[in-house]
Design a protein around this ligand. Structure first.
Ligand code: FEO
Length: 392
């Protein structure tokens, strides 16, 4: 793919990774991804913003053929999917200065061994003139590493946001063409990458409010040429109230826990509460993470195995704790054969979740009428709490 113009003397460069299906050896990428870099040719200086993941370095280097000089390489984020090819670019353009936050300078030295003398740190709000184009750097810590920043191109009112507002979609379309598809991918991205840093993201959204942003050019996925909806979506995910939704990640070995989960789900629906069930042996954890963006309540369904929760239930609980969703209530349902410490083990795994725990329902073997009645009681209690809090 050749470089492509997105504004006057502003170009998309980068790579489309149609084949990638896993990020960080953890995060599912059902639609692949892109690594977007950008080239801005000012009347006096030229700047490259970010690079690409090292396995796709050849794509970027080929796009730079014919570029006589790069004066600045702006590195918004030290994670290697954006910074990893900077050493290769520096080899070709050894006089280029890598423009970074002070924190990123240290990280690029550690992660990529970029020499200190090749880097220049910029302060929050500092500007850099390329002649007829002016870059303004805005530090955005914890979006989603401590060193992250974004760049605003004053003359064209473009925000180069790196991971912020990004989405993992491999596509040859430069701009958003299907808002529904991008909304889902961006929500998945937010859930997996940004959600643990909600309070910092809120502050950084507020910081950006002073800019007149006509276009957001992220480092993954399509460019937002009508950016208001994605900024509004982020505001909702970060500061909105949870929804009237119960998320139930569950696993069942011989059917008892499944029966309990199905009974609870039906009772919740009867009580006017939305439910989403995630059978963990076949669940895409990205889908579960997305549901946690909205959920007011999580109920983990697990059998007791080897005296504790099923490992898949423990994994889902660990993940929920790490992602720090805005969930307010949590409970556990499940079946056991002769005993164990399922509730205690799971309860000890959620120190990050500021939740009220609703009395769990555990039963011996198949649920009895009494057990099913307890699940009805749990559904009623959850519905009441959602109503009291005005969750819709
Ligand atoms: Fe796309 Fe945090 O790197």
């Amino acid at each position: 793919m050749q470089k492509r113009q997105i504004a006057d003397k502003v170009y998309w460069l980068g790579a489309i990774d149609w084949e990638r299906r896993l990020f960080d050896s953890l995060i599912p990428l059902p639609d692949g991804t892109t690594y977007n870099a950008y080239l801005i040719e000012g009347s006096e200086k030229t700047a490259l913003l970010d690079s690409v993941d090292p396995p796709m370095a050849d794509d970027l280097m080929a796009q730079l053929d014919g570029i006589k000089k790069i004066d600045f390489i702006v590195s918004h984020h030290a994670e290697q999917d954006h910074s990893g090819t900077i050493p290769g670019v520096l080899k070709r353009f050894p006089d280029a200065q890598v423009v970074v936050t002070e924190k990123a300078a240290g990280m690029l030295g550690d992660l990529l061994k970029i020499p200190k003398e090749s880097m220049v740190s910029v302060k929050d709000g500092e500007t850099l003139s390329l002649g007829d184009k002016t870059l303004q750097f805005n530090h955005t810590p914890w979006v989603h590493w401590p060193e992250t920043m974004v760049t605003y191109l004053n003359e064209d009112r473009i925000l180069f946001s790196c991971d912020f507002f990004g989405s993992h979609i491999a596509t040859a379309d430069l701009f958003v063409t299907d808002q529904g598809r991008v909304y889902e991918a961006a929500k998945r991205y937010f859930a997996e990458i940004m959600m643990p840093f909600r309070s910092m993201i809120e502050k950084n959204i507020e910081k950006l409010a002073g800019y007149d942003i006509q276009m957001i050019a992220p480092s993954h996925g399509q460019i937002h040429d009508r950016p208001s909806w994605i900024m509004e979506a982020y505001r909702d995910w970060v500061t909105g109230t949870p929804k009237n939704l119960v998320v139930i990640p569950y696993v069942s070995m011989h059917g008892s826990t499944r029966e309990m989960v199905n009974h609870l789900a039906a009772a919740l629906v009867e009580n006017g509460v939305r439910v989403e069930l995630f059978p963990l042996p076949v669940t895409d954890i990205g889908k579960l993470a997305m549901a946690l963006v909205d959920a007011a309540t999580i109920v983990v369904g697990t059998p007791t195995v080897l005296a504790g929760p099923h490992p898949l239930a423990a994994y889902a609980t660990f993940l929920a704790n790490a992602l720090k969703p805005r969930v307010k209530f949590l409970s556990i349902v499940g079946s056991y054969g002769w005993g164990g410490k399922t509730v205690e083990t799971l309860a000890g795994m959620i120190p990050n979740l500021k939740v009220e725990v609703i009395e769990p329902v555990l039963c011996k073997g198949l649920p009895s009428k009494t057990d099913l009645g307890s699940l009805d009681g749990m559904a009623g209690a959850i519905a009441e709490k959602h109503r009291e809090n005005g969750y819709q």
